[in-house]
Design a protein. Sequence first.
Length: 322
Amino acid sequence: MTYTLPLDEIDKDDVQRCGGKGANLGELTQIGARVPPGFCITADALGYLLSSNSLDGPIAEVASRLDFEDLNALEAATAGIRGMIASARVPTDLEAEILERYRALVSDANRYVAVRSSVAVKDSPISSFPGMMDTYHYVLGETELLEKVRECWASLWTARAAFARHRQGIAQDRGLIAPVIQLMVNADTAGVLFTANPITGATTEIVIESNWGLGESVVSGRSMNDFYVLDKANLGLRERRVARKNVMVTMDLGRGSGRLEQAVPPERSSEPTLSDAQLVELGRTSKGIEDHFGFNVDMEWAYQDGILYVLQARRIRHVGKN
Ligand SMILES: Nc1ncnc2c1ncn2[C@@H]1O[C@H](COP(=O)(O)OP(=O)(O)OP(=O)(O)O)[C@@H](O)[C@H]1O
Ligand SMILES: [Mg+2]
């Protein structure tokens, strides 16, 4: 295999090959955290796609003329680049390798995968652009998988990602993306956790935000979420604010794949999303991850049928042990 790596063969030093998300998911897998299994399509696969479709020149040409003062023009130009990548032909050997990994991953009981953007910057310590690229949920079947992988590659060129590179003084051709294909957790409850309070900076606290369904509603800022603060030393509950939850994201049952934002049923709106035992389990899990990495982490997690899955961990910048 040339262009793919299973998560259990990846570690935190693989940022340049697997992007920040892929590298940390690999590290978490290797230390025994319950990470849904999956694999990463390494960063050089996009280079191979572009060269085999003779797209390097045309993309560089559009990229050299991007106008960051004119957001409509920027949107149009980046959409042009995304279109070139999303409609490119995946070389036969690369497609065969992706499908071989995919067939080994899915089963009748676990048919759905997530196609997740994992990014970095060539020859730079930058290993994330939070929320700038695209992730797809409940992807079903080989045709849809290959389509979402191409769209995920293309999302290296969302207007907001190009703008973020520009603002940070990063040459446009230095962005890299390594999609992660991972079994879906059909989340009952999900959210984010910080092993330092992102509001006050207190490193003695753990802050958790959660909502029903996929954590997508929480990370996209679309929902009202339950909010919990734990004492990091003894995992005692310091604060609990149960929100009146309005929207959640689940599988699109009508279509049979993909995600759908919908209203929270009224009877569940004001019910807490996490039990006291789950708060302790989340706190304990995050402390183990923080200890392993040696810095405060921002962790994404989900519960399905009472089982906790870790979906992401990354360093919290500008707070605590950095
Ligand atoms: N395998 C999965 N099963 C269930 N939910 C998932 C899975 N992968 C991701 N999610 C949910 O989707 C959300 C978004 O996915 P992802 O982390 O890939 O992108 P993002 O958080 O929008 O951006 P980024 O992490 O790149 O800043 C995650 O926070 C998580 O809640
Ligand atoms: Mg994320």
